[in-house]
Design a protein around this ligand. Structure first.
Ligand code: GDP
Length: 459
């Protein structure tokens, strides 16, 4: 699958930074850069230089010097892509970088597709698929925790765990096959019971990885948060306190039926993505706001629901309905308006609705430390260690892991139904294939291309 044409791209950000890098990779990388490079030393040829050397000179277009640069040479296989790679370290203006890239392309390279450098590193066997995807996560990591989990995935911790499970699965397949082939020497007496125990174990491991995956996603992308409550409870006041006007990053997400407004709020180490804030801010729609159907829809995909209750009024039938709706969700009740005479207390709420309840005053901005403590307890529980845990951070990995888990469950069903052993191997084999998708073995070429297209150009 080795690809042999030479590719080039701007590898650094397309902003006016101090330094920019144009990266060229492939068999003709040195030769192509040489065509547009004038060394300060006369007669110096890049193609004749040693690997891991730096060369000072100008990039030229005919007689015109475009920029003063340093060229770094790395001969394959000891480079990022495992191919000959030249990096032109130039001044970081967008115009200069584009000009140099154009010259490189005119001299025989072709523009790299998004992720193509990393794709080559993968195709040349230097990194596996989960490491390649981690590279993309490192580039896109939004916060520190996310970055650390990507780095640990890059080091191969997910791969090690998944490979471990996969090896155990193939061991059982091999055992069943050999017993069926050679029943005189390999006995299957009592085997289903042993297999049940092992498969139970593997399912547990898969579930652990999936639970961590969810935490990983939350750390990486933020906590999907919905604020609900009756009209006048103080939802928009709360939102104003949380977002503090300037700090809020407001993003419009193109939805299917309408655009959803999402605001990002940072609370200590966590990011809350408060969705559908347009609905909260738009106060004319008060009746619609409490419509149970609407609330149902809003909380369906939420990681966290902030339920605002006006403590200066009594709880009513409407609150009961909302609480019922939120019964099995991750909820924090915010009992608002503690600066007024309270008709509802935290104890009263907790008796009715066994969810953590915090008294706040949006007007006086009090009680928010307690809210932050609760968020940390919920989402950064002490058991998570960011350095060591492994997260299946991409949707593709999670889907494959779920498939593997389902196949393993089918093995248990076959054992329970007393089906013959060759039935077990079919489902074990499916589990094996699904796990292979995570570590990049038995992956179709289409999928490989699809993944690498997600990368930004230059990586
Ligand atoms: P929403 O309809 O749930 O978005 O509620 P708003 O945020 O618009 O608040 C409704 C009313 O309650 C407004 O007059 C706010 O000024 C008032 N309010 C909100 N929070 C507090 C609070 O903590 N204390 C007091 N005394 N009034 C509040």
């Amino acid at each position: 699958m080795r690809e042999c044409d030479t590719i080039a791209a701007i590898a650094t950000a397309m902003t006016g930074a101090g330094i920019g890098i144009v990266r060229v990779s492939g068999d003709r990388a040195f030769e192509i850069v040489e065509k547009i490079f004038r060394s300060k030393k006369t007669g110096k040829k890049l193609t004749e230089q040693d690997t891991y050397t730096m060369h000072y000179g100008n990039i030229v277009d005919g007689d015109e010097a475009i920029d003063e640069v340093i060229v770094l040479l790395m001969r394959g296989p000891h480079s990022y892509t495992a191919e000959d790679t030249a990096e032109i370290d130039c001044h970081g203006g967008v115009y200069v970088m584009k000009r140099i890239l154009e010259l490189v392309i005119r001299s025989g390279a072709r523009p790299a597709e998004p992720g193509e450098f990393t794709k080559r590193a993968f195709l040349n066997g230097r990194i596996d698929l989960s490491q390649a995807e981690a590279v993309m996560d490192v580039i896109q990591a939004k916060n520190e925790y996310a970055l650390r989990s990507s780095v640990s995935q890059l080091k191969g911790s997910v791969q090690r765990l998944v490979k471990g499970i996969r090896e155990q699965v193939i061991y059982e397949i091999a055992f069943i096959e050999s017993a069926l082939d050679d029943p005189e020497h390999v006995s299957l007496d009592g085997y289903p019971e042993k297999l049940r125990e092992k498969v139970d174990n593997l399912i547990q491991m898969a579930e652990d990885l999936l639970i961590h995956a969810d935490q990983g996603r939350i750390l990486k992308e933020g906590i999907r948060t919905v604020i609900i409550g009756k009209p006048n409870a103080g939802k928009s006041s709360l939102l104003n306190v949380l977002t503090g006007d300037e700090r809020a990053i407001v993003t419009e997400i193109a939805g299917t039926t309408r655009d959803i407004l999402e605001e990002q709020v940072r609370v200590r180490g966590l990011v809350l993505n408060i969705v559908d804030t347009a609905g909260i801010r738009k106060t004319e729609d008060r009746v619609e706001q409490i419509g149970v159907n609407r609330a149902k829809e809003a909380v369906r995909d939420a990681d966290l629901v902030l339920y605002v209750v006006d403590g200066s009024t009594k709880l009513d039938e409407n609150d009961r309905e909302i609480m019922e709706l939120l019964q099995d969700r991750n909820v924090i009740v915010l009992l608002n308006k503690t600066d007024l005479v309270m008709k509802t207390t935290t104890e009263m709420v907790e008796r009715m609705f066994s969810k953590p309840t915090v008294g706040i005053s949006a007007r006086e901005e009090s009680g928010f430390d307690r809210l932050a403590d609760l968020l940390e307890e919920m989402f950064l529980s002490g058991s998570i260690s960011y350095e060591e845990e492994s997260y299946l951070t991409s949707i593709r990995h999670r889907t494959a892991m779920k498939e593997a888990k389902e196949s393993l469950k089918k093995v248990l069903e076959s054992i329970d139904c007393g089906l013959p052993e060759d039935f077990y191997s079919i489902d074990l084999m499916d589990a094996y294939e699904s796990l292979g998708k995570i570590v990049g073995e038995s992956v179709g070429e289409d999928l490989v291309n699809e993944i690498f297209r997600k990368f930004c150009v230059g990586k």
